[in-house]
Write a protein that binds this ligand. Structure first.
Ligand code: CP
Ligand code: NVA
Length: 314
């Protein structure tokens, strides 16, 4: 059974298939045509961290596909009182048809998937945020930035950066990453991404100079300097990231028609200036909306794979 835990588990063709499905379903949704691709199905949504976009987009998405979403905050279910992830998986996956999880350690998500009877989707872990990257790529296509793009990521080497690494490595486009010293990407994830990039021909570079990264690029992106779970490090991080703000001075080094992407929530005056954010607000909020569409593509694709497998077994 296929899960959606990281982009490294998918071929380029599969990633593009899910995106194409998302585009098709988005067009239908825009025409107010709600096709029940997942009629009567239930999506369990387990949240161990806060969320605005992930919750609203998955819950609305499954409803528009003819199913229903169950919001399960770890504060409310027994998981928050110490019930094991593997037991939670074995219970919930006998009752629902698909599960989305937002949690801390990536290994907790893997543990759930290992014991799950139904497909599991990563709604963000400390290591990866792959549904966001599917969304960002859909947005790049809509902005005409998918033909051999050069993407610059400026900021923290975190779950978003790791997912950019995997997207670039799989699809074969150039990615330049600029992080402060001490806040680089996880070395083992970098190693895996570079091995995949070798096959796809993607160029991936790492450095500490935002201007060098952004020079002549088509897409500039960043993320918060303080991810969920890092609140205690806020003060020290604010100092470490000085000089890494994406503002109009930095954007002037990118192509004139470069777009700026942000997964949100955004913290103005820190990773992005108010001016740059508002200048690119149309694209940023289309990107936010695309969470709904990209994830419908992912859910319908996973469901189709599961059905194929059940047919083969019968
Ligand atoms: N970008 C994103 O995942 O937003 P939320 O944390 O609000 O879900
Ligand atoms: N890196 C951020 C992404 C939020 C969507 C975090 O993990 O908090």
């Amino acid at each position: 059974m296929r899960h959606f835990l990281t982009l490294k588990d998918f071929s380029k063709e599969e990633i593009l298939e899910m995106i194409a499905l998302a585009q098709k379903i988005k067009a239908q949704t825009k025409q107010r045509k709600f096709v029940p691709y997942m009629g009567h199905q239930t999506l369990g949504m387990i949240f161990e961290k806060s969320s605005t976009r992930t919750r609203v987009s998955f819950e609305t998405g499954i409803y528009q596909l003819g199913g229903v979403g169950l919001f399960l905050s770890s504060n409310d279910i027994q998981l928050g009182r110490g019930e094991l992830m593997k037991d939670t998986a074995r219970v919930i996956s006998r009752m629902v048809d698909m599960v989305m999880i937002r949690t801390f350690e990536h290994s907790k998500l893997e543990e759930f998937a290992k014991y799950s009877k139904v497909p599991v989707i990563n709604g963000l872990t400390d290591s990866y945020h792959p549904v966001q990257l599917m969304t960002d790529y859909l947005t790049m296509i809509e902005c005409g930035k998918d033909k051999d793009p050069v993407v610059a990521y400026v900021g923290d080497g975190n779950n978003m950066t790791h997912s950019w690494l995997m997207l670039s490595a799989k699809l074969g486009f150039e990615l330049r990453i600029a992080t402060p010293k001490g806040y680089e990407c996880d070395a083992s994830i970098v190693e895996e991404a570079l091995a995949i990039a070798k096959e796809s021909g993607a160029t991936i570079t790492f450095g500490n100079d935002p201007i060098e990264a952004v020079k002549g690029c088509d897409v500039v992106t960043t993320d918060t300097w303080v991810s969920m779970g890092q609140e205690d490090e806020k003060e020290i991080r604010m100092k470490a990231f000085e000089g890494y703000i994406v503002d109009e001075t930095l954007m002037s080094h990118a192509k004139d028609d470069a777009i700026f992407l942000h997964c949100l929530p955004a913290y103005r005056g820190y990773e992005v200036s108010e001016e740059t954010f508002e200048k690119h607000a149309d694209v940023i909020f289309s990107e936010a909306e695309n969470r709904l569409h990209a994830q419908k593509g992912i859910m319908v694709w996973l469901d189709a794979k599961r059905n194929e497998e059940l047919e083969i077994r019968n």
